[in-house]
Design a protein around this ligand. Sequence first.
Ligand code: UGA
Length: 437
Amino acid sequence: MKLSVIGCGYLGAVHAASMAQLGHEVVGVDTDPDKIALLSAGRAPFFEPGLDDLLASLQDSGRLRFTTDISEIVGATAHFVAVGTPQRRGENAADLTYVDGAIEALLPYLSPGDVVVGKSTVPVGTAERLAHRIQEVALGAHLAWNPEFLREGFAVADTLTPDRIVYGVAAGESGERATAVLGEVYESMLAANTPLIVTDYATAELVKVAANAFLATKISFINAMAEIAEATGADVTQLADAIGHDARIGRRFLNAGVGFGGGCLPKDIRAFTARAEELGRGESIAFLKEVDAINLRRRQRVVDLVVDALGGEPNDKRVAVLGLAFKPDSDDVRDSPAVDVAIQLRGLGAKVSATDPQAIPTARRLHPQLKYKSDVSEALAGAEVVVLVTEWREYRELDPVAVGELVASKVIIDGRNCLDAAAWRAAGWTYIGMGRP
Ligand code: UGA
């Protein structure tokens, strides 16, 4: 099939390449010429394991091209909208400027029978509104909402082998056409028995935010237990192991630490709260405000632990910050707890040396004032406290004895509870975890 993908960020670039990998002919469109130039050269504009290889392998296939010219979508049957819906500045609600802009840009080029497929995370009610707009202007074109559940760091695998496919469609013939077209797009996945839920627009939109709200709640739940553990001398990691053995609870997403960040979970729970309030149902998910508050307290907790370790006097003290990305295997620093901790410590006068295997360029663009060291040994040199805030494999595997030779003082704050506390203590370190004695 001929497909177009509007927006070539973390979601759209991976979707475009994955659809071409499935055998479709895909044109990816983005307004950023630099991004398009890189993608056209077969290179990912951001770090995502496996994406560079996939793009390179598709270079000679003739099935994948990228452009800044939206008119090149003509001839495609399904048009995926994968642009961002960031948090509005100074508000909780989502900014729909890019989604609305993408739809308006598409409208003049749609043909009867075409299906616009929303993938962006939007407030419930958006699809209904956009469907009316499409009906008004592009007669005979249809809209489906097909949320995406990929995780950064696993984006290619999650796109090619999703654990479920959901689409929201209109009632009647429009919905039948959209369902048929998406059935062709995802034919190989459906043939592999991937669970499929075909539903209405509102449910499809809500599935996405409900999933992220649940995950955020799970993380904040265990971080709340970490706060209680800190007051009682209990160990939250053992607690998570023990409750996680109950299959109804499950051990995944029960890692306490500096909390969640990224371009999705934080802004999605805020936008969901704002939308529920608009609907007069703010009470129903008021607990998400608490989820957010618990999460943000963990960042402050890490900062407080560092300040305590420095005897309450952070000014001019050397602090090594290991990690900037919001999670390992990503260069994404949007709402990253790691960056937040580094910035706060610098604000308190500490001499922060921050490092990350991939995210220094993205962090530097947003926070040029921070001091970055691409070499982890240089970041550690002379540190009076080391704080680990993103659990990259290279940090989990650090040798406490070797690191001990580099620092001025052997104190480590493990903001992700990912180190072997006993091994670090045995090497003479003061090891401080999150919610652990
Ligand atoms: C999240 C969801 O997991 C995806 O299903 C969804 O498609 C995506 O948002 C999205 O809406 O696009 P992602 O933001 O890539 O994916 O990252 P996650 O793996 O969910 O991690 C989010 C944050 O939670 C990270 O900062 C991570 O360090 C933190 N986390 C995760 C914890 O603090 N503890 C855990 O136990 C798990």
